[in-house]
Design a protein around this ligand. Sequence first.
Ligand code: AMP
Length: 210
Amino acid sequence: MKLILLGPPGVGKGTQANLLEKKVQIPKISTGDILRREIQSQSALGQKAQQFINDGKLVPDEVVIGIIKNRLQKSDCRAGFILDGFPRTLPQAEALKTITPIDHVIYLKGNEEELIRRLEGRRTCSQCAKMYHVTFTPPKKESVCDECGGDLIQRKDDHRETISKRLQEYDRLTKPLLEYYQKQESLREVDGLASVEEVFKNLLMKVETK
Ligand code: AMP
């Protein structure tokens, strides 16, 4: 199964991709996670990406397309993969088309007010990238990851001002992808603001009934 999860920042793509990865046993590929790891290791790629991410801007297409090209060549992607956060622009979608066909494009829908609430309260494990929310899904012990004991941090780009910029970038550059995939009749919509379990159930239904 080759699947794209589309949707605005904060709608729950990462959470759903994690669940699906476990259930279907195919890798979740998050360009955001890959870029953050590159920043942590202070690689040349990370240094290039850092300012864009901190400013709430998209990293240039050629950088993320290169990352995806490399990643999809790995043997664990043979049976399929879940793309979380890629493509985010039309040129990225066009590039993906030349790399591999895609079975499902799922659009997780959400409204701006709720997305801001989710992103502002989000905390991410600095070790394993598991996500929490200070109000809705807090860890058992404050600021400590339930799974691996890592420190929970607030991502720099989850601060209010940067969130607004990310949402603007989404509207300007990523939203056109909805029409792009609609025209190819591969887009299927799921309400991203229902409970995590409900969203997952609906998501599975969409991918199993095609
Ligand atoms: P995410 O974790 O998916 O919210 O991504 C965090 C940040 O990484 C984004 O705000 C962008 O700056 C960058 N990023 C992730 N994926 C892409 C992409 N496909 N194209 C451009 N920038 C990306």
